[in-house]
Design a protein around this ligand. Structure first.
Ligand code: HEC
Ligand code: HEC
Length: 352
């Protein structure tokens, strides 16, 4: 961070801490001025969520969204007939599954912890190590993924879908003009279009919009702390992360603190470049308070512990308990509202 910004933050930080005192002594004007300064600085580092996460290569249409939502719930093409996306990404748990590692078709464990699908479409890639291009690619490949619906092949999954005749017209509406629209690529496009609607605006977005009362004073202080401490070096932008790959364990090996039973070499497993050892995608932190356990292996159960470990291994700092609590208070302001349409469970067509 530039030196002048650090100085500005030092002041805003002191001010943020003194807001409650200032208010109680009638210093409302001072509070307003601080809000304005904080808002200006925050707008430089973060952004408001769009209504839909658009993509040029997969226009989001009502027909695709409706079909995608059904397919997100569809289990009947899975390797053992029981697994859909919802198994590991239920909205009741904010699009994650609450397990250290998910369990897929045939009881097979997944290699890593399931991140949330909410706002996931806005990231540079999908998966902890970025080995899926985007949500469409992720969904298509997920059909045959070991721990995913786990169909034996894309063809086998497509054949199962074709057996449910009512899907034919739904695919034709979603992909007009295509000769054989029921295929694995279009499965990914439809599911991806649905995921592109899974956007969860929160109090933080209201704050970014200029409603300075949307965040409690403790959350504003935590936000200033988040920036001043340096979390924002990696967790910034609209999704508060999700845009870069970084080493997990810049100052010390991560497993010293996470107590992970296995060491994961991260992006190295994909690129084979030694510089990518222990490098992971920086996760977006929207809804993070709702999606424990934390980290790529789900090794840490509590958000406050995850925050402390971040300070330790990414920034070389030993954050004191009140500092951690303050950041946790800010992170809670990133819990947003799941679109009501996504929360309505679809009824799937009968298989004759
Ligand atoms: C058996 C559990 C399981 C099932 C079923 C499953 N997922 Fe996942 N999902 C995971 C896990 C685990 C990861 C992380 C994989 C990794 O990074 O190596 C993941 C990652 C993702 C991501 C990337 C998120 C991010 O932040 O990088 C998206 C998007 C996603 N899944 C969507 C889906 C969709 C759509 C389906 C249905 C086609 C699906 N998942 C089925 C467990 C599952
Ligand atoms: C140098 C980059 C960097 C900095 C600085 C950084 N992080 Fe992270 N953060 C990461 C990476 C990379 C991960 C993923 C680690 C893994 O593989 O599980 C992560 C993961 C997290 C997670 C877990 C998210 C989840 O869904 O499991 C939280 C919470 C978090 N960071 C908060 C913070 C806070 C708070 C700070 C400041 C104290 C911070 N981070 C500083 C890069 C960074």
């Amino acid at each position: 961070m530039r030196f002048e910004r650090r100085i500005a933050f030092f002041f805003i930080f002191i001010l943020a801490l003194s807001v409650p005192a200032a208010l109680s002594s009638g210093g409302q004007a001072a509070g307003k001025a601080d809000d304005a300064v904080l808002l200006k600085l925050v707008r430089e580092d973060f952004g408001r969520l769009p209504p839909v996460i658009a993509a040029a290569n997969n226009p989001v249409t009502p027909a695709k969204i409706a079909l995608g939502k059904m397919l997100f719930y569809e289990t009947r093409f899975s390797g053992d007939g029981t697994v859909s996306c919802v198994r590991c990404h239920p909205f009741s748990l904010y699009g994650a599954d609450g397990l250290r590692r998910s369990v897929g078709a045939g009881g097979k464990p997944a290699a890593r912890n399931a991140p949330t699908v909410l706002n996931a479409a806005g990231q540079i890639s999908a998966h902890w190590v970025g080995n899926r291009k985007d949500v469409e690619d992720q969904a298509t490949q997920s059909l045959i993924g070991n721990a995913s619906p786990g169909a034996p092949s894309a063809d086998a999954a497509t054949k199962e879908l074709q057996k449910i005749a009512a899907y034919g017209p739904l695919f034709r509406d979603a992909f007009p003009g295509e000769k054989d629209p029921v295929n694995a690529v279009n499965y990914g496009r439809a599911v991806g279009a649905f995921e592109r609607t899974l956007v969860t605006p929160s109090a933080f977005d209201a704050f970014l919009d200029g409603n300075v009362k949307a965040l409690a004073d403790a959350q504003k202080a935590g936000l200033a702390r988040f920036i001043e401490t340096g979390c924002v070096q990696c967790h910034s932008g609209v999704y508060v992360g999700g845009q870069t790959y970084e080493m997990f364990g810049v100052h010390e090996p991560y497993w010293t603190y996470t107590k992970s039973p296995d060491v994961d070499e991260g992006r190295f497993t994909v690129t084979k470049n030694p510089d990518d050892k222990y490098v992971f995608k920086v996760p977006g932190l929207r809804n993070v308070a709702m999606t424990p356990p934390y980290f790529h292996d789900g090794s840490v159960a509590r958000l406050s512990d995850a925050v402390w470990i971040m300070g330790k291994v990414q920034l070389g700092l030993s954050l004191a308990a009140p500092q951690v609590e303050s950041i946790v208070a800010f992170l809670a302001s990133l819990t947003g509202e799941i679109p009501s349409e996504a929360l309505r469970v679809p009824i799937l067509p009968r298989r004759d």
